[in-house]
Ligand binder design. Sequence first.
Ligand code: GRF
Length: 190
Amino acid sequence: MKIRLGIFISGGGSNMQSIAKACQQDSFPAQVSLVLSNTPDAKGLQLAKQLGLKTAIVDHQNFSNRKDFEQEIQKHLVKAEIELVCLAGFMRILSPFLVEKWQDKMLNIHPSLLPKFRGLNTHKRALNANEKTHGCSVHFVTVGLDEGPVIAQSTIQILADDTIQTLQARVLIAEHILYPQTIKQLCQQL
Ligand code: GRF
């Protein structure tokens, strides 16, 4: 039986797409059972529909507090029988209410070599810090922002003429390889 993944997105959804493509292989140990977005107009929702995936929108703006928002998300996860949650460009900070329910079963991909550059604008910060290398990390989600245990990382060289855009583009390519690979390894151990 394949592990049932729930993927959370807020925007472009290119990582969601790379996971979904990997899941199309018969030998891949997981399937995408739900793509959930907190933004109704996320481009990734269209991509998910084109891929024939089940989608849900839980718009945070419709909730007066975090717990109600997360309770609604949890309902969708239970209904879709989700076993592993993958945050993929999901731009809401989740509270202990949801994070603790999914302890060791919720992953995130972050565009830096954690613990370096937690939070936003990682590519700009890596360039400003004159780093020689940069990359991406897949980690378990814990209550602290981008603080959960790192499962896997991919390193890329920073080139002398890199801009935020060129660096971001190369890191994103690395993300598209690392995330499905890590999910595969993890699911094989479940
Ligand atoms: C990725 O760089 C991811 O690491 C970060 O947000 C970006 C999302 O891109 N958290 P996409 O929506 O998967 O295209």
